[in-house]
Design a protein around this ligand. Sequence first.
Ligand code: MEV
Length: 319
Amino acid sequence: MTSSSAPGKIILFGEHAVVYGQPALAVPVMQVHADVEIADSPRAGIWISAPNIHLHAELNSLPSGHPIASVIHNLFFVLNIDPFPNLQISISSSIPVASGLGSGAAVSVALIRALSSFLSYPLSDEQVNQFAYEIEKLHHGTPSGIDNTVITYAKPVYFVKGLPSPGRRWAGGEVQILKASKPLTIVIGDTGVHAPTKESVSDVRKLWEADKAKWEKVFDEVGEIAKNAREKIESDEWEKLGELMNQNHALLQNMTVSSPELDKLVTAARQAGALGAKMSGGGRGGNMIALVEPEMAEAVSSALKEAGAKNTIITTISP
Ligand code: MEV
């Protein structure tokens, strides 16, 4: 049997603008993960069991565009696996679906790793990331590649889509590992509202297509915030970092990707003493994040629950 696990993720700064070439910052969330186990099967076929999404099926009974089926078909094609072996694939995930925590990318990364190593074709992180990006493109339209990247490397990243070297180019983007010099405490609040990223990304594209000059100015502002935030993280200037989160949230509101539920949680976090707060990920629902001093984390988490959060996670980003 072979098993593999991949974490969830949050975007700290720069979502949406990153699709248009601006930098963004993202970190893994180890408290939630997708887990995949693979074993030989006594039954003919490739049997997939994913109780979280009520899936118990043989591969050939799934539509070819199914996200799990497309990972298996594409990977077997690339690795030249023919005929297909008889397998039992078990997938479980504690990452809520369509919530901005990268559930789809985490399942892809864990599945790619488990399958390739079970079949004795171990892939490098760079290959896993590249492959996961291809899968993201199949299902999410025009992703930047930040989700698969932060999840593959499971490290805080500063990511720029499609930037030519000096740094290494991974999955169509340049990624650098972010280094905070002190741990950063973040409280994540879930609105409980499911919101597919594909839709908000496509709506932002419509805004941009209707007035490119206007929206590129907004994306530039977000990019400046992300660059600035990186400096503040690396020099432990948490209060300024919190202000930058608030400014980024306001720009995401302008892009129409926040929602009343997200705004309510963001306000509650700030009122409860967070240094700053913003929505995170695709938006319209899903999760928001608040930067806190460690001793304020429980109070902010309680305030978020009182304001309607369905769940909260306190996570620490280590240096
Ligand atoms: C989703 O986690 C982040 C977005 O910027 C989309 C993307 O970068 O692919 C909204």
